[in-house]
Design a protein around this ligand. Structure first.
Ligand SMILES: Cc1cc2nc3c(=O)[nH]c(=O)nc-3n(C[C@H](O)[C@H](O)[C@H](O)COP(=O)(O)OP(=O)(O)OC[C@H]3O[C@@H](n4cnc5c(N)ncnc54)[C@H](O)[C@@H]3O)c2cc1C
Length: 407
């Protein structure tokens, strides 16, 4: 069923109750694992509920779940405002905000769910409620991190928005794959000292500009208050002792968000079949390197790639379901065009993450593949609390839970 407004959502939930159908929800449809595609029951499509109202005075945006992150960014940009939207075009805020939301400038602003001040939710019994710190606080707690295991339909998000950082840009260095060991050693060492305004990422792929054959892109997007602040924050890139081995280097480019999007989008083209998996880790680099080398050796053709992100979370976060993160994020994106190649590539990401799981503290729900490899995505305490809230709010299990879930 396709909903255009809250009344449609209530009608759909009541219909599902009468028919004893389970409900799967789709907002932007960008779940890698296709979490919204479930056997039987009802699929509720919210993509048409994509409104976005901005109140600059209150620094608040009220956004429909089908709104795309890049559309939200464009709308906010008109008022020189900002929200930590995802790194790619097309990602719906519905699934993105529920699972945490690792967006532009999230190292400073936190996962995007931290900027959710309230939600309108149609519950399993078909009632529309508002959830916030003071109203239906159990739902508010759960909706910030439960991701594809959330047990209600969010029809609006109330988002705290921010002044747009005056300087948004990046600096970049591309290396041949032969530098893998030295580069990851360097990234591991400098990581803890990189300013929160910088998202240091290493992207391994078989198609890297300026490199003949497989290579590694080292990119440092930065969100700063002034050009000099951006220059200071990215000094570690200029000081990289491996720099002379780079086959392509870009000094600081004041790109704005649009050009950043365009760069990222190269790695996630439409028309491909994708299978992904990921891990959070604080393992020693010497323990991670053997796995990284095997991943490099087996890397399927581009646009398949590997992402290493320097996350380094702060010690404290607000109390919410979101509770799994670590110093380093490693994610594998297998991509291929032909269905006939499924056997060749579909298990690449999962098999390597399985092989390295002793080094992982858990996974991100953003790039989950729980149906193929159950893994830990929240603290044990929070998983227990989520189960209790679900039992209370959705006693008939009207909404699907996480695929595979944590064993
Ligand atoms: C190309 C690409 C790039 C990405 N980049 C990023 C990134 O930079 N950062 C990041 O954090 N993530 C990123 N992701 C992951 C993405 O945020 C998640 O897959 C997210 O779930 C997508 O949200 P969606 O609404 O588009 O997906 P959907 O497939 O529509 O939703 C996923 C699941 O979320 C739940 N859900 C969605 N909307 C609602 C709702 N309104 N009410 C209740 N439950 C709901 C449902 O269980 C649904 O099955 C990326 C994904 C892709 C494909």
């Amino acid at each position: 069923m396709q909903a255009e407004n809250v009344a449609d959502v209530i009608t759909a939930v009541e219909f599902a109750k009468r028919q004893n159908y389970k409900i799967a929800v789709r907002s932007g449809g960008h779940s890698w694992a296709g979490n919204h595609v479930r056997d039987g029951g009802l699929l509720l499509d919210l993509s048409a509920m994509n409104s976005c109202a901005v109140n600059k005075e209150a620094m608040l945006a009220i956004v429909g779940p089908g709104c795309k992150g890049n559309d939200l960014a464009d709308r906010l940009g008109k008022d020189k405002l900002f929200f930590p939207v995802g790194h790619c075009k097309g990602v719906g805020v519905g699934g993105y905000l529920l699972q945490g939301g690792y967006g532009w400038h999230s190292r400073t602003l936190g996962p995007a769910c931290m900027s959710v001040e309230g939600l309108d939710i149609v519950t399993a019994d078909g009632n529309l409620v508002h959830a916030s710190e003071t109203e239906n606080a159990d739902l508010y707690w759960a909706a910030r991190g439960a991701g594809p295991g959330f047990f209600g339909v969010v029809t609006s998000f109330y988002l705290r928005v921010y002044e747009r950082p005056p300087v948004i840009g990046f600096t970049l260095q591309n290396y041949p794959i032969s530098c893998l060991e030295e580069l990851f050693n360097w990234a591991y060492e400098v990581g803890p000292f990189v300013s929160r305004s910088v998202e240091l990422m290493l992207i391994m792929s078989r198609n890297v500009l300026g490199v003949h054959g497989p290579g590694i892109i080292v990119i440092a997007p930065v969100f700063a208050n002034s050009p000099s602040e951006a220059t200071d924050a990215t000094r570690f890139m200029r000081d990289n002792p491996l720099r002379e081995k780079a086959t392509l280097q870009l000094p600081f480019v004041p790109s704005g968000l649009r050009l950043l999007y365009r760069g990222v989008q190269r790695h996630y083209p439409d028309g491909y079949r994708y299978a992904v998996d990921n891990m959070w880790t604080h393992a020693r680099i010497e323990d991670l390197l053997p796995g990284l080398k095997t991943i490099a050796d087996t890397l399927p053709p581009a646009p398949s790639h590997v992402l290493w992100m320097n996350w380094m979370p702060p010690a404290e976060r607000p109390d919410m379901a979101y509770s799994m993160e670590d110093r380093i994020y490693l994610s594998l994106y297998g991509a291929w065009k032909d269905k006939a190649d499924d056997d060749k590539y579909a298990s690449w990401a999962v098999s390597h993450m399985e092989a390295m799981q002793d080094l992982a503290s858990g996974i991100q729900l953003a790039d989950e593949n729980l149906g193929e490899r159950p893994a830990r995505f929240a603290s044990n305490e929070n998983m227990g609390k989520l189960d209790l809230i679900r039992a209370d709010r959705d006693p008939d299990n009207r909404f699907h839970s996480w695929m595979g879930r944590l064993k």
